[in-house]
Design a protein around this ligand. Structure first.
Ligand code: ATP
Ligand code: MG
Length: 424
């Protein structure tokens, strides 16, 4: 074994991290449900074809980042690098096209073989929302408004919205030719990446982060000026709707997004607080995707956000888990058996009871230390003598008070009081 470290680019979510993640997911799921998005989960791996057919042969994900392997049955499968292709596949596999339109919300791990750094991992987590069977631009605006509401619900400010329209596949084809001509005239000034992209996918040159390329890119023809009429109208209406709803945004004509499946609306929410990993949430319209997978033409739009980046931005830590109401300490073999049965009976009777049973034996002194450290309100002690008498010793741990032997009925009453008090 290489070492006992987790594999490069992966990390453990210990309880505190887990709580922060879970809180974000809960708030997002709740927010999405207020807009009519239903939670779903698709498999973590799919046939490789699902991604290959949709994300684009020249996309970074397909060319460099997929975790692909042949399973024992000889099937080529891939750990999902993103969520949208799986949702589209699920729509087709489950015959859901007849129930369109549909709105889905998902959360889960994604896998990309990337160079790990802060905010960029090989296993990371996304939340996503997809609206299928909607041509927009009303739903485009609503998805963006929903994300903005989520930032507010999380107490997050300072995220900037950038917006662009990629037009239809046909109008992009014409624009592509203009780009090839422009960048072809400046071939000598292109960096290596851009030279490669010029032949394969010239739009991606606009996405280059190389500072030396920026002046050249700034002089390139702008996609916004070459939109087809319908896409231009769609974009104008989206912008007007966002303005009417008071959402600030900037049109970034260079925003092209890395995946081939997008058409028309694309957007990103960006932060200045995470260095190079500025994109927190990204999305766009993918009107051709379902058809590309073999389904009926289905206009659709969605976004996905990176949990790790978002959690990093959300300052307040999630509240700690509530302390137990009681900590039950059995003393001796016979008491241990009886204690576990008693604990189950108490849980049956008091649904909200948070009860930790002391397991692992040891002295009364060390057990009481653990009881105290658990934060419990009460210690419940059950020894051989108590067992014979049919009582449990109840000892307050957080406030003054005598310890007291109690029969079952009185014990339940005392625990009920304790639950009430903690609730208040
Ligand atoms: P980037 O430009 O940062 O590589 P991307 O365009 O590849 O992002 P998307 O495929 O749109 O990202 O995924 C949606 C969101 O998922 C991103 O905005 C980002 O917050 C997050 N994300 C993407 N890749 C990673 C990764 N390797 N590790 C952590 N988060 C990621
Ligand atoms: Mg990427």
């Amino acid at each position: 074994m290489a070492s006992l470290q987790p594999a490069r680019g992966t990390h453990d979510l210990l309880p505190e991290d887990f709580r922060r993640h879970a809180r974000v997911i809960d708030i997002a799921r709740e927010t999405a449900s207020l807009y009519g998005f239903a939670p779903i989960a698709t498999p973590i791996f799919e046939f490789t074809e699902v991604f290959q057919r949709t994300l684009g042969d020249t996309s970074d994900i397909v060319t460099k980042e997929m975790y692909t392997f042949t399973d024992k049955g000889g099937e080529q499968v891939t750990l999902r690098p993103e969520g949208t292709a799986g949702v589209a596949r699920a729509l087709i596999s489950n015959g859901l096209s007849q129930h369109l339109p549909l709105k889905y919300f998902y959360a889960g791990p994604m896998f990309r073989y990337e160079r790990p750094q802060k905010g960029r991992y090989r296993q990371f987590h996304q939340l996503g929302a997809e609206a299928l069977g909607y041509a927009g631009p009303d739903v485009d605006a609503e998805l963006i408004l929903m994300s903005a509401r989520l930032w507010r619900a999380l107490g997050l400010d300072g995220l900037r919205l950038e917006l662009n329209s990629l037009g239809t596949a046909a109008s992009r084809q014409a624009y592509r030719a203009l780009l090839v001509e422009y960048f072809g005239d400046h071939r000598a000034s292109l960096d290596e990446d851009s030279q490669r992209r010029l032949g394969q996918n010239p739009l991606r040159i606009l996405d280059s982060k190389n500072p030396e390329m920026q002046a050249l890119i700034a002089g390139a023809p702008s996609l916004t000026d070459h939109l087809d009429e319908e896409s231009a109208a769609h974009f104008a209406q989206l912008r007007a709707t966002l303005e009417a709803a008071g959402v600030d945004y900037r049109v970034n004509p260079r925003l092209v997004r890395g995946l081939d499946y997008y058409s028309r609306t694309v957007f990103e929410w960006l932060t200045d607080r995470l260095g190079a990993q500025a994109a927190v949430c990204s999305g766009g319209r993918y009107d051709g995707l379902v058809e590309q997978l073999g389904g009926r033409p289905t206009p659709a739009i969605g976004w996905a956000l990176g949990m790790e980046r978002l959690v990093e931005l959300v300052q307040d830590s999630a509240p700690p888990p509530p302390a137990p109401h009681a900590y039950l300490v059995p003393l001796g073999g016979a008491a241990e058996q009886a204690a576990l049965a008693l604990a189950e009976a108490l849980r049956d009777e008091l649904g909200e009871l948070r009860l930790v049973t002391h397991c692992g034996g040891g002295s009364l002194k060390s057990a009481m230390k653990k009881a105290d450290r658990s934060g419990a309100e009460l210690a419940l002690i059950l020894g051989e003598e108590e067992l014979r008498q049919g009582v449990v010793v109840v000892k307050p741990l957080r406030r003054e008070g005598e310890q007291q032997g109690m029969e079952r009925g009185a014990l339940v009453g005392r625990l009920r009081e304790c639950i009430q008090a903690r609730r208040a």
